[in-house]
Design a binder for this molecule. Sequence first.
Ligand code: ADP
Ligand code: MG
Length: 428
Amino acid sequence: MVHTELFNGLLINLLVILIVILLVNFYHLSNQKVFINIRLSSFLIYILSTFLIILSMLLSVELEDGLFYDLRFIPFLLGGIYGGRKVLPPLAVTMIATRFVFMGSGVASAIVLTLLSAIAVYYLLPTLSEKSWVKRVYWFTCFSFCYSLLAFLLPLLMMDYRDFSAFSIYSFTLAASTFFVFYLCEMIRTTYMLQLEAIKYEKMQVVSHLAASMSHEVRNPLTTVKGFLQLINENPSDAPTNTELSKIAVSEIDRATEVINQYLNFAKPHPEVKVEVDVTREIGRSNEIIMPLAVKKGVIVEMDILHHRSILGDPNKLQQVLINVMKNGIEAMDSGGVLKILSYEKAGRLVVEIADNGIGMTREQVMRLGEPYFSLKGKNGTGLGMMTVFQLAAAMEGTVKVHSKKNKGTSIILSFPVSGEDMEKEII
Ligand code: ADP
Ligand code: MG
């Protein structure tokens, strides 16, 4: 009877730990501004672990007078592993202090056990952090098993308490739960890191795609300038014509330089920032970068900028969003067309609509947009562009709406909360 109780008690313990961990992970990750370090602060980890340790103890099962069994070792291990070495000593102290509240004959063995495991984790932590995550999970499970072994050996030595079936239940549940909890934590972390990697990778893909049309765009002015120089060379005495020719040549070179500069600026990695973003300027820059591709595909870009406030966020991210959406629009119009960019303000939000009259999408395709690796472009697509758009927009509290009709066209509606003063009102 007492064994069933032990097993049930431990399972409830596991359930509570799992619920808290899942909630924290999802809350934390969903609030993440992309690219920021995804670790929680050590202090927060300490508080969370303490909370879980206390919860576990409240749910513990008393086997013999004063001997409490629960899964408190799991939050302890979690705190130590993810919070780092500096969390371990205060956590051990907290765990011992909390244990005193319960008193009973098990206090002494609980203290020895806590100290031993704290020391073991403290010294093994640096070695563990170098191992792959699967190996780490095995190590943690091993820790738990050793802990459970000691949790029965110590009372056996100190109080001659022997109940081997209880030991088997406790040992098995603790080890299996540790495996499960850490596996889950590591899985969530790895998946999230992969997503972050994908955003960087996608940017590199876009950059390499654009490079081809970029070189084309730079070659054109160079050819023009070369032709002009030859003309000047052939007829050096015609000063008025030559002045005119060299003026055009300089402006052609200036344009090419601007295109290259914008492109390089987009391509290089940027640190995370949160500033007032001048959307008009970012639309202009994105247009500059995408222009060679548009020219190559025979697409005309029309702009209608009707907003006059800024938004809060990262200008480079907004650029990545705009370029991805504009690039998709241009690629959807294989035999030329018009890409319309319209911006306006509505109900406290700055809206940017990017519409093409290209191939469009079916309902199913629209539904799948943003799903990683969903692409209809074969080897020309990564299927990561729209995923990036959704994630980066969300990081700026933006939303992305898609309207599309097969063979008619697509419009992507981005909207962000406006920030700052209304410049027009200021002028008045
Ligand atoms: P990629 O462009 O690398 O294929 P994306 O995530 O940018 O990946 O887009 C996914 C897919 O969605 C594209 O392959 C395309 O089929 C479809 N798509 C995206 N934007 C448009 C658009 N403006 N018009 C038509 N189809 C689009
Ligand atoms: Mg794309």
